[in-house]
Ligand binder design. Structure first.
Ligand SMILES: [Zn+2]
Length: 189
């Protein structure tokens, strides 16, 4: 716990405020202990992190555009998850796309626990199991609901997310986050 605070050097690792800092332990962090999954946050950030919907505090979370460059994995994970929830905003989506994370950090960021462990596995068109972070290839031209574009056959969709429905995955095509039916994709690599 103290090492997290000393790493932060008196500044909130999200917004940079110089306030009394506490340690926020990132939920869904597997077996990481608080030293490994803690982020030093100010009282303001701590209070806002307690809310379900970060989009109500959009102006505050603009600070993520700076903290996204933190070299520390837990800070990256927390920033990524917040940006993901804010990704309806253009700036947040751009930030998400330009974030750099190691693969295992990205997997941690994506394991938000929103997928029920008891649900059936998510399978591609060949019956291969899909996991968050996988790359899939679209095997059929698809009209994308609510947009005017077609997701072309052969398009690779990187870094997919699973959903609560094993027949649906989410991924970004043409910069837009869309739901894809697993029957029209195949796992790549
Ligand atoms: Zn803060």
């Amino acid at each position: 716990m103290t090492s997290v605070i000393s790493r932060a050097d008196g500044h909130c690792e999200l917004c940079g405020a110089e306030q009394s800092l506490g340690v926020y332990a990132i939920p869904n962090s597997g077996d990481r202990d608080v030293e490994e999954c803690g982020v030093a946050v100010c009282e303001t950030c701590s209070e806002l992190l307690g809310k379900d919907d970060p989009s109500a505090d959009m102006n505050h979370w603009r600070c993520l555009q700076t903290s996204m460059w933190s070299p520390h994995a837990p800070v990256q994970v927390l920033v990524w998850r917040l940006l993901d929830q804010l990704s309806a905003e253009g700036w947040a989506q751009e930030a998400l796309e330009s974030m750099f994370m190691e693969d295992d950090t990205r997997q941690w960021a994506q394991s938000t626990g929103s997928v029920d462990a008891d649900q059936p596995p998510t399978l591609d068109s060949n019956g291969a199991e899909l996991k968050a972070g996988d790359t899939v290839v679209i095997i059929k031209d698809l009209d994308v609901k609510g947009t005017s574009f077609v997701a072309k056959r052969g398009t690779a969709v990187r870094n997919i997310s699973l959903t609560n429905n094993p027949e649906h995955i989410e991924g970004r095509v043409n910069g837009t986050r869309i739901v894809l039916l697993t029957q029209y994709v195949k796992r790549s690599g």
